[in-house]
Design a protein around this ligand. Structure first.
Ligand SMILES: [Zn+2]
Length: 179
């Protein structure tokens, strides 16, 4: 990301909004946004090395309530919530920090919730595990602040391998939402 260019563009945007980019509160805003964007969108720079794994076999592993923050590609407004990941290992288990890194790789971009869910499932399934399930619950500021001003939460899911079986899927979903 070319931060100098982002700063210029944000300054233009501030003018178009009807504000004075030279006033005290706004004069550093282009720089702050450039800094914030390089963090919010760092998913584009991520290679999320998944290769380091513990060698230990296990039944289904469930990682609950991984927080994520993303920006919707339609309005460039935040959407955020939690992601549940379940997978059936094939001899190796991912560390939790690896799962968090995969979530960040795909959420810290211009995204839609459905695609984040699929991207995570595909990335983990490509590592050779027997099955993966990813469920995301999120609130979208573009729904809350504008348009229909609907407060609904959106749930999306993606299932690969053993979790594509309907019965397995239902049992898992039940287990995921038990506190
Ligand atoms: Zn949106």
């Amino acid at each position: 990301m070319d931060k100098e260019r982002v700063k210029k563009l944000v300054r233009e945007l501030i003018i178009e909004i009807g504000e004075d980019p030279t006033r005290e509160g706004l004069k550093d805003t282009p720089r702050r946004i450039a800094d914030a964007y390089s963090e919010i969108f760092q998913g584009y720079d991520s290679d999320s090395e998944l290769s380091v794994q513990f060698s230990e076999d296990s039944e289904t592993v469930v990682a609950k309530n991984i927080q994520f923050y993303s920006m919707c590609e339609h309005h460039m407004l935040p959407f955020y919530g939690t992601i549940q990941i379940a997978y059936v290992p094939n001899g190796r288990v991912f560390g939790i920090s690896k799962l968090v890194r995969v979530v960040e790789k795909f959420s810290k971009r211009l995204q839609i919730q459905e695609r984040i869910t699929k991207n995570i499932a595909d990335e983990l399934y490509a590592q050779g595990v027997k099955g993966v399930a990813v469920v995301a619950d999120a609130e979208h500021l573009c729904m809350k602040m504008r348009g229909v001003k609907n407060d609904a939460k959106v749930t999306t899911s993606a299932f690969r391998g053993t979790f594509e079986d309907q019965k397995t899927k239902e049992e898992l979903l039940k287990a995921m939402y038990v506190k």
